[in-house]
Design a protein around this ligand. Structure first.
Ligand SMILES: Cc1cc2nc3c(=O)[nH]c(=O)nc-3n(C[C@H](O)[C@H](O)[C@H](O)COP(=O)(O)OP(=O)(O)OC[C@H]3O[C@@H](n4cnc5c(N)ncnc54)[C@H](O)[C@@H]3O)c2cc1C
Length: 439
């Protein structure tokens, strides 16, 4: 039995596996092959994979390709995205997890059993696929459902793959009266047309390919994208509804990635959120392994982080939906422009006690919050801000003299203290500007 049993080897499960093995935990990762898919990974998502040390996955994601958006009658070129064959990227992620020291077990988990020492994952024949004292559910949208806390309008993505001339690479997102379409062209000639529609407009499964064909024919850009191409299979549908579930954190378990919350593909944040969440989850598991009594702080941290990542992605999607004004009266656009009902209120500037990550452990500390930095800032250039503020208020001084005095008091190099003091001044926390409130 290893320390941690992770179910699901997508971006969330593998990044968590790498982070935990780097912290010295024994990890078993149980996973089965995912359905083939092409997705656009944001630059931030790939940067997250790089930070986690997933060199194989970063290489498999390739170079960013150009991205075009035709929205509300306007054409714009946005930041590029990495056009990823998810089967290749996920296979590379598993190699990265193994290279980091995780024990990889391939199989489909049919049930999870709790024994006296920990958790067992078993397949349909009852064979044990892996075991661990701490259980992480990372099976994405296929994880056994926990009740939804929040859900956006039911959304479906109907995609079909084609093959055409190699060489042209790029992607485009286009809006139309009853949805939007994502077009992708991979260097090897593969192309994808993915139509995103309201759940209420779902065609019968038997009619899906014919429906997709007719929809593509009615959209000149989509038809042009695959004009010289041949379909390589039938159209397939995936649920793409934004859903937030409880992260289910307890002293010996946690849900991460899409198993905890999945975002609307229009936000472009799916893999990024899964990776960001895995980093946060590593601190949560690491903390609970060392000190189970830290559970209340870990719970607060996990809840805040989940709520914030989900709200951020929902807001990004909503801004796109509201920007399309030509079909405001159509059900697809009306429902999405009205969701989420309210964005997170802006944070008020002040000092708050928050659960934060310090040296890979979650601790409650005073942090300085600003509207632009709602999670709060613990330290600048390695200098913790709250003790610095106390040191400032404990005596007189300005400029270099103040930095010298505080640096002596805190045992920190004066140059670093000067940088942190400049941050305090620029953000209105030094006397003369607004200072302490609401700790
Ligand atoms: C239609 C659609 C389009 C999307 N497009 C984009 C996009 O362009 N860009 C983007 O960033 N995000 C996109 N996303 C979101 C992205 O796919 C997810 O957010 C991301 O993959 C979540 O990572 P994860 O590790 O949590 O889950 P997953 O990537 O789903 O990984 C879960 C893993 O668990 C495995 N598994 C499942 N069940 C079992 C089982 N019983 N036993 C063992 N293993 C199991 C799966 O095979 C898989 O390997 C899209 C989502 C949808 C639905």
């Amino acid at each position: 039995m290893t320390d941690v049993l992770i179910l699901g080897g997508g971006p969330a499960g593998t990044v968590l596996a790498r982070r935990l093995t780097a912290l010295g935990h024994g990890v078993t990762l149980v996973t089965c092959a995912r359905r083939p898919a092409v997705e656009g990974l944001s630059l931030r998502a790939v940067e997250g994979l790089r930070r986690a040390g997933c060199a194989e996955a970063v290489a498999a994601a390739g170079r960013p390709a150009s991205r075009r958006v035709d929205w509300n009658g306007q054409r714009t070129a946005l930041n590029g995205e990495h056009l990823a064959d998810r089967s290749s990227v996920d296979a590379a992620l598993l190699r990265d997890a193994e290279a980091g020291g995780a024990v990889l077990s391939r199989g489909t988990v049919a049930a999870v059993e709790q024994g006296k020492d920990g958790w067992l994952a078993v397949d349909a024949a009852g064979a044990v696929l892996g075991s661990g004292r701490f259980l992480v559910e990372a099976r994405g949208r296929r994880a056994p459902n926990a009740p939804a806390r929040e859900a956006g309008p039911r959304t479906l993505a109907a995609g079909r793959a084609y093959h055409g001339p190699a060489g042209e690479v790029g992607s485009a997102a286009l809006s139309f009266a009853d949805g939007w379409v994502w077009l992708a062209a991979l260097p090897d000639g593969r192309r994808l047309v993915q139509l995103v529609i309201d759940g209420a407009d779902s065609p019968a499964r038997a009619d899906l390919t014919a429906w997709h064909e007719a929809a593509v024919a009615s959209l000149p850009e989509a038809a042009g994208w695959v004009a010289c191409c041949t379909p390589t299979g039938e159209a397939e549908v995936r649920d793409a509804t934004a859903i937030r579930r409880p992260p289910g954190v307890a002293a010996d378990r946690l849900r991460i990635g899409d198993a905890a919350f999945s975002v609307d593909p229009l936000s472009g944040h799916g893999v990024y959120a899964a990776v960001a969440w895995a980093f946060a989850a590593a601190a949560a598991v690491n903390t609970l392994a060392a000190d189970p009594t830290a559970l209340p702080a870990v719970e607060r941290f996990v809840e805040d982080r989940c709520t914030e990542l989900f709200a951020h992605a929902a807001d990004a999607g909503n801004r796109f939906y509201r920007a399309e004004e030509r079909w405001r009266g159509r059900p697809f656009w009306r429902r999405r422009a009205a969701w989420p009902p309210a964005p997170l209120p802006p944070a008020e500037r002040g000092i708050r006690r928050r659960a934060v990550v310090v040296n890979d452990r979650i601790e409650e500390r005073p942090v300085l919050v600003t509207p632009a930095l709602p999670r709060g800032v613990l330290a600048i250039d390695g200098v913790e801000l709250w003790p610095l503020l106390e040191s400032v208020e404990a005596g007189p001084g300005r400029g270099g003299e103040l930095a010298e005095r505080c640096s002596r008091q805190l045992g920190q190099p004066p140059e670093r203290v000067a940088v942190a003091l400049a941050w305090l001044a620029n953000n209105g926390f030094l006397p003369g500007g607004a200072t302490r409130s609401g700790q």
